[in-house]
Design a protein around this ligand. Structure first.
Ligand code: MN
Ligand code: MN
Length: 476
């Protein structure tokens, strides 16, 4: 029970979650701004899960990380990783304590909402060539119209050769585009519900508008504009129309991450969900030399569509890596019960973004239980919808343990729910890990305009989230 005579001040009694820019020291401010610069450049070259994976492996390899396959056994200080089908990544730094004491894990996702190309995307209509798309993840479809768009991904020719595509990022590159109706003729359109404003089948990107040049004596093409685009692609990549079925081609905004505001408090960018957590989770791990406990960072794919497929968090490939860690830290063999006990003793921050309170949309938030921009990392005990449906709920003792570590390391944090109880809901990868008995809680950066082509985060939240992830894996 509370001690009546403790003489605690109001400041000690009341929960306060202040704006972290208010009263920030020069040192913290400089470190925060520098970290933000590094994040922006990493984000600009890592718009897709494949690019994020490749750039992470490059950064890790430069620091001595090795593919776990190349190691026969593991000892404290060893740094290893496994690529998950080139679209996900799991990395570890082996700790001084035996793995039986559990692993400290950070788990983020590196896929973001976007438009994928359909397997048969190319068509010509009235002298213009388009690619048909299929949206990926939860988007507001109208937000993707009239933006400069880039095309990223891979496509295979019939000889099995992989071709990497990235068009629209370089200033000299062309971009792609989804048209909208001029307001002068938009009377009927403007009366539609926002969800019906543009049908998914109309999210077609413009990719060309010049007919093919015929050689003398050549047959005429029934679709000369489409033929010109196919010829261009064949000259550049050697692909033919049928090869699109092999494509993993993603349409993303061509814009780069930029500071927002006169004071540069915020960063606008594509894919903050969840790269704004994946990046600090990666950086926190890459800094480890010989931690007490074995530290792991998981960068997963397919979270936006339910964490399925062989690269999603539900894939056993991530677990195979953890099994390999446990086996190679021991005598090389694995006993299933001991492995399961390691996992049950493990602790994880599910490092995914959350929404930040937006005064413009105040009605969907419950102000006492929501995260605010620039108030730091948000600890979210549960997600889910309605009566906590589909959520992982962190236990009180685990929350107490984490907040103790944060307080001891001067890490500010805030807490709350996603929004008003019946306003909607969401989920993260935390539930998939919790079923193994692992202690898991969601802890991530607040975002404005989540899932929009250009989302906003606060630099100070990013910086303290990075410090929080580091404090967690080093001290929990
Ligand atoms: Mn997310
Ligand atoms: Mn999301």
């Amino acid at each position: 029970m509370a001690n009546k005579k403790s003489g605690k001040s109001k400041k000690e009694l009341f929960a306060e979650y202040p704006n972290l820019y208010d009263g920030i020291s020069k040192g913290d401010y400089d470190a925060c701004m520098a970290f933000a610069e590094d994040y922006k450049s990493f984000l600009d070259k890592s718009k897709t899960e494949r690019e994020f994976t490749a750039n992470s492996i490059e950064a890790a390899t430069a620091l001595g990380f090795k593919d776990i396959e190349s190691k026969k056994s593991l000892k404290a200080g060893d740094k290893v990783f496994a690529s998950i089908k080139d679209k996900g990544l799991i990395l570890a730094v082996i700790g001084k304590k035996p793995v039986s004491e559990g692993l400290n894990i950070l788990g983020a996702h590196i896929d973001s909402p976007r438009l994928d190309l359909k397997p048969n995307p190319v068509f010509e209509d009235n002298e213009t060539v388009y690619f048909k798309t299929h949206y990926y993840g939860g988007i507001k479809k109208y937000q993707w119209m009239t933006l400069p768009l880039a095309l990223h991904g891979v496509i295979y020719t019939s000889d099995g050769v992989k071709h990497t595509v990235s068009i629209g990022e370089d200033e000299s590159d062309p971009v792609f585009y989804i048209t909208d109706l001029l307001p002068h003729l938009g009377g009927d359109q403007m009366n539609k519900r926002a969800g019906d404003f543009i049908p998914a089948e109309d999210l077609n990107i413009v990719v060309g508008g010049m007919p093919i040049k015929k050689k003398k004596g050549e047959d005429s093409y029934s679709e000369p504009y489409k033929a010109a685009v196919l010829k261009f692609l064949n000259d550049k990549y050697g692909i033919v129309e049928k090869d699109f079925v092999t494509g993993e081609l993603e349409v993303v905004p061509a814009a780069k991450a930029r500071d927002i505001g006169f004071d540069r408090a915020y960063i606008g960018g594509y894919g903050h969900d969840d790269k704004v957590c994946a990046y600090p989770a990666l950086m926190a791990l890459l800094e480890q030399e010989k931690p007490d406990k074995t530290c792991v960072t998981m960068l997963t794919d397919k979270e936006e569509i339910g964490s399925y497929a062989n690269s999603g968090a539900q894939s056993v490939l991530y677990e195979n890596f953890l099994m390999e860690i446990v086996a190679k830290c021991g005598n090389g063999s694995l006993d299933m019960l001991s492995y399961r006990k390691v996992i049950a003793a493990s602790k994880m921050l599910s490092t995914d973004v959350t929404t930040a309170y937006d005064p413009k949309y105040a009605s969907v938030y419950e102000k006492r239980n929501t995260a605010f921009m620039s108030h730091g990392l948000k600890l979210e005990k549960y997600t889910g919808a309605r009566g906590k449906s589909g959520t992982n709920e962190a236990t009180g003792d685990f929350v107490a343990e984490i907040t103790r570590v944060f307080e001891a390391n001067s890490i500010p944090w805030q807490t709350g729910e996603l929004g008003k109880i019946d306003a909607g809901g969401g989920g993260t990868i935390s539930a998939y890990m919790a079923k193994y008995g692992m202690s898991v809680i969601d802890a991530g950066v607040p975002v404005w305009s989540m899932h929009a082509p250009y989302e906003v985060i606060s630099k100070i939240d990013l910086y303290y989230t990075y410090l929080a992830y580091k404090a967690f894996i080093e001290n929990i």
